[in-house]
Structures are given as structure tokens and as C-alpha cells.
Design a protein around this ligand. Structure first.
Ligand code: ATP
Length: 380
């Protein structure tokens, strides 16, 4: 009985599988090499290997001169490298959070400056060779007093012989004090350190007054530098302004220099007491964050100093890891001497409605500028 039933049984084959079997029958007899080539070319189109990309680039560049080749190559490679990478934290990515509005600070310039017309602002910028870009750019301010720094800070500036702000300070300080994200393009020695250090100290003071940092708690502000030397110099500038504030009855702010080559235990001792401001190089900072010896839970202000060097030295991935530790929106500042595509990509992914302040020297080395050298015969 059972046998009879089995004999008449026709197994049901789903339509999808049937189609597949039909197509396999059809494909039989065709050369397997052709199939393989076809599949391979499909794969190469959708996900080309590095070797394939390089051979394509080489073919493309054989017809253009070496300078154009270099610029084109750099552009293409940067595009491939920076395509999908963004500077946001893991939790932000997971929750689909994107910030659309800048942070608000309690800082406001005096009324006459707030009332300054945009024409007047433009004429000041022109006079100081400042180029700006962005929405609702805060007014430039031509003296430190109107920036409303506390007296101990103003006194320290005077002691250092710093009487009038430099162009990047005239525009950069009001932008940052008002809470905006900023891209600062300036050359070495333009006075940019104070542009991010002074608002950092003001912000940390304000936060400490509202909610003091407890033992073992993390910092309000972070500066990331490409070298230990630069980090040390920046840390010293921070210290110079914290001292007079403390002496004049302001809350104590503890800074930390977080760099490689220094005994990690001494850095952890400072962390235990709770730190307000950290000046770091990417490697050591990433290390401490990954080992959970430090966190960015309270951090709401971050500066990437010399961003072009940070990228050139290969710290881009470390910076991404560091940014993945943020828990909330922060004010982000990026300083660079040049603005090649890779820095633009970094800025776009990290900043919210940024203001760009450019006081770069005319003719400074830049990817958009082709520099040609012509050799001439010396006349007798
Ligand atoms: N407004 C100012 N007036 C006079 N001197 C200033 C002013 N601002 C900064 N300085 C001084 O100029 C020097 C260079 O400033 P700073 O280090 O901030 O420049 P920088 O652009 O950060 O340069 P670098 O790229 O070398 O770090 C410092 O000694 C600083 O104290």
C-alpha cells in the first residue's frame, strides 16, 4: 500500500527553484570560462580590487603631464578612501542621530557689536584680510575687552604682550564663543592657539560652575594635536591662563597632557581626581579610551589642531575611533593650514553648520594651486 502511494508521488518544487534548474539546463554546454569571465567582470564593476583601480588610473594618466597626474591621483584616491567614513559616534550611528543646530552658549558680545550691520562687518573683514563662509556668521570683534573675557585672562594677555587680536582671533573668537562649529584656515604663527584655548577655558569654567567634575570624571574639552611637541606647547598655553583664574577665586580647572612617551600611570593619577581639559595626541588618547581608563561622556568641545598634518600622518582612523566615544553633541573645531578634499570630507562629517574663517596667506601651498617651475638660463 505504502509502496503504491510512494510510486505516484511527485515532489513539489517551488517556482524559484524550478526556474533555476531550467536556467542551469540552458547554461550547460556553454563554456565555463565565458561564465567565469562574465561573473568576474560583474564583480569587478561592483567592487573593483585595488590592483584593478591602480591599473585603470595608470591607463588614464598616461596621456596627462606629471603634475596633473599627481593632483588627479590624489583626488581619486581620497574619494575612494573617504567615501563612507564619518566622524560620528557608534551610538549616534545606531540611533540615527544627526545634529542640525549648533550648540547654544550663554555668551553674547556687547550691544553695539550685536547691532553692527553686515556691511560694517564685511568692511572690517576686508580690512583684516579675513574671508568667511557659512550661515549667520557672528560679528568680528577688534579687541579682547569686547569679547568679555574675565579680568585675570585680560591681564594675562597684557602680560604676554598680547594687546590686539590677530585676524584669526578677531573673527575666530566670536565664532567659537557663540558656540558655532568652525573651520579655521590659518598659517603657523597666526595666533590660532588662543582662538581655541580661550573659549575652551571659558566653556570649562561655565560647566564647572554649573556642575563640578567629580573624582574620576572626564573632561569638558579636548584638543587633539598631531605631535607631542605641539600638544605640550598647547598644554602650556592652557596652564598659563588657568593659573591666574584660580588665584583670583575662579574654580580650579585641572588640565591633562595625554601623550605617548609619558608614564601612563602619572596620567591616570590626574584622571582619578577628575580632569576638565585634555590636550592629547591621537594614539595615547585612543588607547586610554579603548581601555576605558578615560571617557568622553561629559565632553562637549573638541578641537582638531593642524588637521592636515593629523591626516597626513595617518591618524584619520584613530580620530574616528576617538569620535566614536562621544555621547552627546559637542562643539567641533578644525584648524588646518590648507583645505584639501580629505579635510573637507572630515569637516563635513564632523561639523554642524560650520563657519569657515580663512586668513591663509595668499599663495600658501594648496591642492587647488598648480605650482610650475620654469628654469631659465643665466645671462652672462
Ligand atoms: N594677538 C596677539 N598679539 C601678539 N602676539 C600674539 C597674539 N596672539 C598670539 N600671539 C603670540 O604669537 C605666537 C604664535 O602664536 P600661536 O602659537 O598661537 O600661533 P599658531 O598659529 O598656533 O602657530 P603654530 O602653528 O606655530 O602653533 C605665540 O608666542 C603667541 O603668544
Amino acid at each position: 500500500m505504502e509502496e503504491k502511494e510512494d510510486f505516484g508521488y511527485v515532489e513539489y518544487i517551488p517556482v524559484k527553484r524550478r526556474r533555476l534548474m531550467e536556467s542551469q539546463k540552458f547554461q550547460k554546454g556553454k563554456s565555463s570560462t565565458i561564465e567565469y569571465e562574465f561573473e568576474r567582470s560583474k564583480l569587478t564593476e561592483s567592487n573593483p580590487s585595488l590592483l584593478f583601480k591602480v591599473s585603470q588610473l595608470k591607463r588614464k594618466f598616461s596621456e596627462i603631464n606629471p603634475t596633473e597626474q599627481f593632483i588627479q591621483q590624489e583626488k581619486e584616491l581620497i574619494e575612494h578612501l573617504s567615501d563612507k567614513k564619518t566622524l560620528v559616534s557608534v551610538s549616534e550611528l545606531a540611533k540615527g542621530i544627526t545634529y542640525t543646530e549648533p550648540l547654544v552658549t550663554g555668551w553674547k558680545p556687547p550691544l553695539p557689536i550685536r547691532k553692527m550691520s553686515s556691511r560694517k562687518c564685511d568692511s572690517i573683514r576686508k580690512q583684516w584680510n579675513i574671508v568667511v563662509d557659512g550661515d549667520e556668521v557672528p560679528q568680528p570683534i577688534k579687541n579682547f575687552e569686547d569679547m568679555r573675557f574675565p579680568e585675570p585672562v585680560l591681564k594675562k594677555l597684557r602680560e604676554k604682550g598680547i594687546l590686539k587680536p590677530t585676524p584669526i582671533q578677531v573673527q575666530g573668537l566670536p565664532v567659537i564663543l557663540s558656540g558655532r562649529d568652525m573651520i579655521g584656515i590659518s598659517f603657523t604663527g597666526s595666533g590660532k592657539t588662543l582662538v581655541f584655548v580661550l573659549p575652551l577655558i571659558m566653556m570649562a569654567l561655565q560647566e564647572e560652575m554649573m556642575m563640578p567634575i567629580g573624582n574620576g570624571e572626564g573632561q569638558f574639552g579636548l584638543v587633539i594635536c598631531p605631535s607631542r611637541e605641539l600638544a605640550k606647547q598647547t598644554y602650556e598655553v592652557v596652564e598659563q591662563f588657568l593659573m591666574p583664574l584660580k588665584e583670583n577665586g575662579y574654580p580650579e580647572l585641572r588640565p591633562l597632557l595625554c601623550i605617548g612617551g609619558v608614564d601612563i600611570r602619572s596620567q591616570l593619577e590626574v584622571v582619578k581626581k577628575g580632569v576638565h581639559i585634555v590636550v592629547a595626541t591621537p594614539g595615547r588618547l585612543k588607547d586610554l579610551l579603548s581601555k576605558k581608563m578615560m571617557n568622553l561622556d561629559n565632553c562637549r568641545y573638541v578641537t582638531l589642531d593642524e588637521a592636515d598634518r593629523l591626516v597626513d600622518l595617518g591618524f584619520e582612523d584613530d580620530i574616528r575611533v576617538i569620535f566614536s566615544h562621544f555621547k552627546a553633541q559637542r562643539q567641533s573645531l578644525l584648524f588646518s593650514a590648507t583645505m584639501p578634499t580629505k579635510i573637507q570630507n572630515l569637516a563635513t562629517s564632523a561639523l554642524v553648520k560650520p563657519v569657515m574663517v580663512n586668513v591663509g596667506r595668499a599663495g600658501a601651498a594648496n591642492l587647488d594651486v598648480i605650482q610650475e617651475v620654469e628654469y631659465v638660463k643665466q645671462e652672462a
